[in-house]
Design a protein around this ligand. Structure first.
Ligand SMILES: [Zn+2]
Length: 118
């Protein structure tokens, strides 16, 4: 039911920014670490969007690769194998550089305007 709560979050965010205008497209950026199944998200979004300005809107999902970044030398790399040590300097003080995103990048409303939420 992970995708159901994400769908509710999307609809809430989009409603705030749509200001009553009907939304046609919602552009999302989703990190791979979120393990979102696009078809499942579409399904729940359609359900949650019913009777809101998001009804009938299409989700456009950009899936971002998971990356780690070494805080010591700023090197960053894609996670393909579970290597949590920096391959450049062998440092172990690393942080998630990308892969954990879940954000509404922008929405498109009927007037053809594009609104960024931030
Ligand atoms: Zn490093």
């Amino acid at each position: 039911m992970h995708e159901l709560s994400l769908s509710s979050a999307i609809v809430n965010t989009v409603q705030k920014h749509a200001a009553g205008r009907r939304v046609t497209v919602v552009n999302l950026r989703i990190g791979r670490m979120r393990q979102v199944v696009p078809a499942t998200l579409d399904f729940y979004f359609d359900f949650v969007a019913r009777d809101t300005v998001c009804e009938g809107a299409r989700l456009e999902m950009e899936i971002l690769d998971a990356r780690l970044r070494c805080t010591a030398c700023d090197h960053s790399w894609d996670i393909e194998i579970p290597a949590f040590r920096c391959p450049a300097c062998s440092g172990s003080d690393v942080e998630m550089a990308s892969g954990n995103e879940f954000e509404v990048e922008s929405i498109e409303v009927e007037e053809d305007a594009c609104i960024a939420p931030r």
